[in-house]
Design a protein around this ligand. Structure first.
Ligand code: SF4
Length: 407
């Protein structure tokens, strides 16, 4: 059975297309050469932060100690993203090739692939190179893919984030330097090595080489996974997807982690810098388009998700994330007061950087974006009936999350 979502290229970006049978695997560079290629190709992380891969590889390779590990992180906790599961199910050899290259680059003793998707685990185990990797299964969860949670779970513990520092590259599995790299990032490393940095960089921008996968959903369309060159305007992607950008009233950007953006964001180029300058993030490359839904209702739904998924082990989540979710839920049923709104705005500024993982930061971005772009609508839920809610209510059936069928 093929992947349950359509997968399409934008502007003929097909780096991640299957290789023809018998295609050469490409060159076999040394560890230092792999790091140089990653740097020259401008490969950046596709899991969320967009960190330059070469820097990460160099940090693990040069960290003190004689034992090192690498982990392909395929636990895709972002509910609006499917791209890692696509790669793990449909291009497992590319991910494994990238993992083997990363292992050589840092001098790793052992490699792991960390996934929750049973189909991905099966495909990895049966793929060429899969016998050299330990596949670790985890229960799906928003925080289970956070890098310290990954290390903890691969080491036999709970898939819960720990305080940083140390980061895994400093002290990861068993205290040894450990590279935790997103599955798509590793697939891109394999591509950069196979194609060479110059060819790889023909797509993309000076700051980010190559292509990346965008899970595009919402606005009444079935979700589609697109391979997109960095730097193309979001409007071009949306127009290709829907035939028009008209009627798009906003979006959730970067999965759930990038908050709400107004329709003017359609004119942003798809780069890390442009999304960051807009107060958001490219994150895992997932965008949920909105077509009239009340942003307060959308924010309430997303905050409820964060509250359900948070690990309840840090104060900012136990009180802050839960409080944000409560006030937003209260706004949707018109039980919240102006003093609740004032608390919501305070929490929205106070939570960032205060947990073991980035969940409180995501809550901060969500609340900040709601007040920045929709302050009037927040007030409308206290003082009067919200016209948006009357026309297009956000209900439990509103599809901000994508579930994949088991093949
Ligand atoms: S910040 Fe929140 S989600 Fe992250 S580890 Fe702490 S309690 Fe869990």
């Amino acid at each position: 059975m093929s992947f349950p979502l359509p997968v399409r290229p934008l502007r003929d970006a097909r780096l991640l297309a299957p290789e023809p049978d018998g295609a050469p695997r490409g060159p076999d560079p040394s560890g230092p050469e792999i790091i140089e290629i990653a740097e020259a190709a401008g490969v950046r992380g596709r899991g969320g932060a967009g960190f330059p891969l070469a820097k990460k590889l160099r940090s693990v390779a040069s960290a003190a100690g004689s034992t090192r590990f690498v982990i392909a992180n395929g636990e895709e906790g972002e509910p609006a993203s499917v791209k890692d599961r696509f790669l793990l199910r449909e291009r497992p050899e590319l991910v494994l090739r990238g993992l083997a290259l990363a292992a050589r680059a840092v001098g790793a003793d052992r490699s792991y692939a960390y996934v929750s998707d049973p189909a991905a685990a099966r495909r990895l185990a049966g793929a060429r190179g899969g016998d050299l990797v330990d596949v670790v299964r985890v229960t799906p969860g928003y925080v289970a893919g956070e890098e310290t949670a990954v290390v903890r779970a691969v080491g036999g513990g709970p898939a819960l984030p720990t305080a940083k520092p140390p980061r895994p590259w400093q002290a990861g599995l068993g205290g040894a330097p450990t590279l935790v790299s997103n599955a798509e990032t590793l697939a891109q490393l394999a591509l950069a090595v196979r194609l060479g940095p110059e060819t790889y960089r023909r797509l993309g921008t000076p700051e980010s080489g190559g292509t990346f996968l965008v899970t595009l959903s919402g606005a009444g369309q079935a979700p589609v996974l697109y391979e997109v060159p960095y730097g193309v305007p979001l409007r071009e992607l949306v127009t290709t997807h829907r035939g028009t950008a008209a009627g798009v009233t906003g979006m959730l950007a970067g999965g759930f982690a990038g908050g709400l953006l107004p329709p003017s964001a359609l004119d942003l180029p798809l780069t890390h810098a442009a999304l960051a300058a807009a107060g958001s993030t490219l994150g895992c490359g997932a965008f949920v388009l909105l077509a009239g839904e009340c942003p307060v209702g959308v924010a309430a739904d997303v905050a409820a998700f964060f509250d359900r998924e948070n690990a309840r082990q840090c104060g900012p989540c136990v009180t802050g994330t839960a409080g944000v979710a409560d006030v937003l839920a209260g706004l949707t049923v018109r039980s919240a007061t102006w003093s609740d709104v004032a608390r919501l705005e305070r929490w929205g500024q106070a939570l960032a950087g205060r947990g073991n993982c980035a969940t409180p930061d995501a809550v901060t971005v969500l609340v900040g974006s709601l007040f920045l772009h929709h302050r009037d609508l927040v007030g409308a839920h206290v003082d009067a009936e919200c016209e948006r809610c009357a026309v297009s209510p956000v209900t439990a059936d509103t599809k901000f999350r994508i579930s994949l069928e088991e093949p």
